[in-house]
Design a protein around this ligand. Structure first.
Ligand code: URA
Length: 216
């Protein structure tokens, strides 16, 4: 993939055009639904990486705008940031399809296959090359597997909360926000929050005593 030379905004716009016009990506979305590229601040220090668009995301054409996205936005705010200050992307640029009868609406989601992730990964790499974040936060096992290799761990618990690397960039793996939607305990919230505290420390964000004590 060769993007035209230029500033970050020029390169990102060229990348967006490439992805939106990609016939393979387009062939995977149903009529009226959208291919989805990441969004956010092209100078962001923190790059959140999820799995794939869901129902709401393929309607709006933006990652993390459904229920899990609203929780991610609150997590970002708890870090003292605005959603617009970070970059939010996914491994996948389309919602992995589940066959429906007579072209009806898709109910539910499925994880992407390794082949699907491999196809979309160059687009994620380009977004990372443009943004050059200080840290990637991989949300959930699929994102972690896509970035670090699914064969490098058995359970998310093994790798979350520790620093890894992708394309020379430090990666913090943590739970996907949808896990918290299913497990509303303070213990689960604290686990994800401790991972985010490490990200805040690494990126030099101020941390108040109140923030240190969230969900204890
Ligand atoms: N879950 C993801 O992993 N990505 C999204 O964009 C939305 C939900």
């Amino acid at each position: 993939m060769v993007l035209p030379p230029g500033d970050k905004a020029t390169r990102w716009a060229a990348l967006q055009k490439l992805v939106m016009e990609n016939p393979v990506c387009r062939a995977h979305v149903r009529p009226g639904k959208k291919v989805v590229l990441g969004v956010g601040n092209l100078d962001a220090k923190i790059f959140f990486c999820g799995e794939a668009p869901g129902a709401e995301e393929e309607i709006q054409g933006e990652p993390f705008v459904g229920p899990a996205g609203q929780l991610l936005t609150r997590m970002i705010q708890a870090m003292g940031l605005k959603r617009e200050e970070v970059y939010i992307g996914n491994i996948m640029n389309w919602r992995p399809e589940i066959p429906t009868e007579h072209g009806g609406a898709q109910v539910g989601n499925r994880p992407p296959t390794p082949e699907e992730m491999k196809y979309c990964l160059p687009y994620l790499r380009e977004q990372l090359a443009i943004v050059q974040p200080a840290v990637i936060v991989a949300l959930g096992a699929t994102a972690a597997g896509g970035l670090l290799g699914a064969d490098t761990f058995k359970t998310l618990g093994e790798i979350r909360g520790r620093w890894n690397q992708f394309a020379g960039i430090p990666v913090m793996v943590t739970y996907h926000p949808s896990y918290i939607l299913r497990n509303q305990s303070n213990r689960s919230k604290r686990a994800i929050w401790e991972d985010l505290l490490k990200v805040m420390e690494r990126t030099g964000l101020p941390i108040s005593e109140k923030q240190r004590g969230f969900f204890l």
